[in-house]
Design a protein around this ligand. Sequence first.
Ligand code: ADP
Ligand code: MG
Length: 826
Amino acid sequence: MENMINFGIDLGTTNSVIAKFTKGEVNIYKNPISWKDTLPSVVLFRKDKIIVGEQAKSYLEKSPKNVISSFKRKMGTNEAYKINSIGKSVTPIELSAHIIKELKNFVQSGTQIDSTVITIPASFDTIQSNATKEAGRLAGFKQVVLLQEPIAASLAYANKRMNDLKDGQWIVYDLGGGTFDVALVKINDGEMKILDHEGDNFLGGSDFDRLIVEKKIIPYLEAEYNFKNLEKEMKSASGKYNSVFYIALHQAEQAKIQLSAKSSAEIEFDITDEDGETHEIIITITRSEFESMIQQYIDKSIEMIKKIMVQNSLTSNDIDFILMVGGSTYIPLVRNRVNEIMQLPINCEIDPTTAIAIGAAYYAGTKQKVIKDEKPKSYVENKLIIKTAYQKATKESEEFFAAKIEGNVEGLFYRIVREDGGFDTGLKLLSKKISEDLPLVNDSYNYFNISIYDEQNNKIPVDVEPIGIAQGKFSIAGQPLPNDICLEVDDFESKHTRCELVFQKNSILPLRYSKIKEINRIIVKGSDDFLRINILEGPHYALPEANRSIGFLEISGKGINRNIAKGSDIEISLEMSESRDLTVSAYLTMTDQEFKEIFSPTMRSVPQEVLSEQISELSEKIDKEIKFAIELENYESAKDLKSLKSEIDELIGESLILSIDDVTDKRYQLEDKKCSVAQKIYIATQDKEIEMAKSRYLEVKQICYETINENGNDVEQKHFNGIVNQEHTILSSKSILKIREQTDKLKDLMWTINWRTPSFLIDTFQWLTSERQRFNDQEKAKGLIEAGKFAINCENFDRLAEVVYDLFNLLPELSQDELKSKIGFY
Ligand code: ADP
Ligand code: MG
């Protein structure tokens, strides 16, 4: 159907492919130069032109400094490649755009393509996803829809096996050139769902090539000839042997591919040593040597399959097979090891290099083109909202369709027409709820257009997608979110911040969230005060520093139209689209202002110094934790922590040998590892945190008990008993958050009682008026102090409470904290 996107692109680390969905079938466009299905994801810069693909790849050895490959692994980073021949730097986004443009040239239809589906690894985070969309836009696409690669692979498989495919579930194992994805896929009544996934953005065939260079080629050269610091000189951009590094990598890849079919292969190239002598190098590598180099990486990938099985309480009986995708699954060890360890059948039915693009095209066939700036203006003005409900895939010959209409339907009509004209409801009166039985054409995607007309039979533009139902074909139930999305919020108990879950991993996109919160500080109009809403990506139970920030919305004193009081309301809303655009908005009740930001960060920067600093901070933290555990004679936990300590030591070692201009993607790998160690430390020290939270709870309970005995009433006593009755369940829940929440409830209760107790108010007032207090607004404070004295004299304690509250709010943050701890608020 013409108003569907139809084009699907697999933008791979090593190879890229473009395919199109037409009339129920998918075709791959051949590379007009090599006549292959794939375009190598390689770009060559010459003085006067840019060459992409096969020919660029052939320059990898001749002129490696001007040829760039494997840049997908740096998508989402701020790293740019310096190109000598043009004297400029190019970013991974620009390089990807060159690949996409070249793929567009494969399509010789003359028609303009302005929408496409582009696939991404399931484990791509928000920043990497945005970078991919940006590359699509830079290549001239007005609309880019992202699709996760395991879904694409499964769609390709399911649509191939359409007739004999039963309901069931399988695992997709995609090991390509740069990334690894594993996903659990379930199929039910023709509709496919990704239930869970794991992945590593830095695991793939190019690591195997690098291993051959590090473990075979470099040791050989060092043993046989005269080289100084060979490894460093090869890997550093300014190193003497940097060009040889690329040549060696390319040769290693050729040998690796041969080893999938033969038991040994040869690596050949020339190199000039420190004495200026050129040597012709021939190194033989055997399959078993190669296998022992990569085995630990394969095992690491298998660990991720196991993790998914455990997370979802599955045994091998629950899984039909493991679907192999990606060029690196040609390696016999990969297939054998996965099969042997998992005891599950290996399915190699689909072509591992084209499956992703084929699946992407199937998906594109179900996605409508939406080119934003072409939307008629009246659409914005129209208030009709149509919410449709129907099953997107079916084996029946008819499908029930229902819709709910919001807005004024009076005097309006609707009409539903099947795209091929084979079905037409005719004009029917529109009501708040409508329904139809839609007849379907077998074995194809059926599209129905729904239109709304007024009494004069004029078509009214409304925003409703065509109804798309796959009869006997497979469609997907939506794409899952790969990581938790959280807000960073203050945690008064620990005086640090913590993550608050907004969207949970594996929820189906698009997602919406909205919550009213209290502002925990004063923001004075026109001042430099600010409130920052920080959005993080990563497990919600981890520490904020173990996660990545994907953007923040800042509300500053300069942007508000009146002062904001502490405790006033802020409504925070987040929306994430299927292609992972994140919109964050904050509405301030007090000023009636809305702040809105669409986040599409496309870069993260990992300066080497910052990374080293963060790693050494982690190291100090773990030293303290180990000491603490030993003091408490908690040897079990000390042992766990020590093993984490050795992981950190390893990281320190690796970061030390990293040169500032290191050309590999080591620093991103190190950053990933750092985040994962930080999370493990958190989990390992969780028990200690729980103990601390428990003893804090008991302490607060005692003070609260005394306060109630002295000044509480019956209702408060009852409330207190209610909280204490839940104590057993909460304290044994092992949830720090729940224990802290319960502690907060007690504190709130205490606070309410104190707030109306004259002796407490007088004490607090005296503390506030003591000589040393400095207020943010000295004049205003003076007036309040007078009012307070007067209130005490007349024993007007309601008024005194107001004065104390206002004075407290005029204190600088540090003094506020001091007072809070004095009156037992902390
Ligand atoms: P990507 O999706 O990352 O672009 P592909 O799925 O096309 O990658 O796989 C490319 C990777 O597969 C490269 O590292 C390549 O060396 C490797 N590869 C391709 N064919 C073989 C083979 N026969 N044996 C081993 N590795 C292979
Ligand atoms: Mg791939």
